[in-house]
Design a protein around this ligand. Structure first.
Ligand code: T6T
Length: 324
């Protein structure tokens, strides 16, 4: 009897020991679909995601389109779904147009987490609305980012004059929210007039020509807010081409390495760096936690680093410049 009991106890403890080991042995594949592949923001996000994947023994697949556009992102998403990864991390390129394509992943039993951008209202797992199925949203607080940009620009222009927002296109959660935050803050500055937003389709050349056209119509233009990497780069080039460096102030969202020169020459006053590596890292950690049976936060907010001439040489600041 004693022997049987001892054997049973051994079997139970062996089982307890073996079960978690087997769970850990499963090699999960997590797909990361960026807004576009050729953008320092998503290249940096991929690095953070890879660091977490390496730490957790996860296979990370990075697959995306070369431009920020739902028309090119949806076929990439379909191809990823067909390969049945264990989870999908995605930066949806449109709040509405990615809802149905992502529902296909969810219906196929593939957990979806959105990184950087969101679908629907971005409030997930509430049982309300038809776009609340993603498990989590990991991103910067983009309304706050727009407010920070507005305060920086207001300071740079002495709180008066005409400014405008150089933006990508309507329907993108991040850049819509940055414009919203910018305008909300500017409403508190009666001396500042915000002109009509110029949409550039994420094309820096277009953003540069638009700057020159707005300046031609408004020779008293004093500032521009570039609401993402290409908008800011383009608007800054437009200011330079118009010979207005230092006269038309530029506040840039995002921090490609080229921003350092632009800050040092006085072309860009302030750059608001996001922390894309953190977004990628916590995206993979969240997906892994979910896959291994843990509950996860429905939203994770990552921070900003504000860069200007006074701090850009500090390694604790410049470490947030994006990779290329
Ligand atoms: O600003 C980032 C990202 O947050 C946004 O959603 C799209 O543009 C960037 O990738 C920069 O180009």
């Amino acid at each position: 009897k004693k022997i049987v009991a001892a054997l049973a106890a051994l079997a139970v403890s062996a089982g307890v020991l073996i079960a978690p080991a087997q769970a850990q042995d499963k090699k999960y594949t997590i797909a990361l679909i960026p807004g576009l592949t050729t953008d320092g923001f998503y290249i940096t996000m991929r690095k953070g995601a890879q660091a977490a994947a390496d730490a957790l023994g996860v296979n990370l697949v990075f697959q995306g389109a070369p431009e920020f556009n739902p028309v090119t992102q949806v076929p990439v998403l379909d191809a990823v779904i067909a390969k049945k990864p264990d989870a999908i991390l995605i930066a949806p390129t449109d709040k509405v147009q990615l809802v149905e394509p992502l529902r296909k992943a969810n219906d196929a039993g593939i957990p979806v987490i959105t990184v950087d951008t969101f679908i629907g209202t971005g409030t997930y797992q509430t049982g309300a609305g038809d776009a609340d199925f993603p498990l989590a949203y990991i991103a910067s607080d983009n309304v706050l980012g727009g407010e920070i940009a507005a305060r920086a620009l207001a300071t740079a222009i002495g709180d008066k004059g005409k400014v405008y927002v150089s933006n990508v296109k309507p329907g993108i959660s991040t850049t819509d929210q940055r414009e919203e935050g910018f305008k909300k803050e500017m409403a508190k500055h009666p001396g500042i007039t915000v002109l009509e937003t110029q949409f550039n389709d994420d094309d820096a050349n277009k953003a540069a020509s638009q700057l020159q056209a707005v300046f031609a119509r408004n020779p008293d233009l004093v500032g521009v807010f570039g609401a993402n990497l290409f908008s800011a780069l383009g608007a800054a080039n437009g200011v330079k081409q118009a010979g207005q460096t230092g006269t038309v102030k530029v506040v840039a969202f995002d921090a490609p390495t080229s921003i350092v020169d632009n800050i040092n020459t006085g072309l860009v006053d302030v750059a608001i760096a996001q922390h894309p590596a953190e977004i990628g890292y916590f995206g993979v950690v969240s997906a892994y936690a979910h896959l291994t049976g843990h509950s996860i936060p429905v939203s994770i907010g990552t921070g900003f680093t504000i860069m200007d001439k006074s701090n850009i040489a500090d390694p604790n600041i410049s470490k947030y410049l994006y990779s290329e």
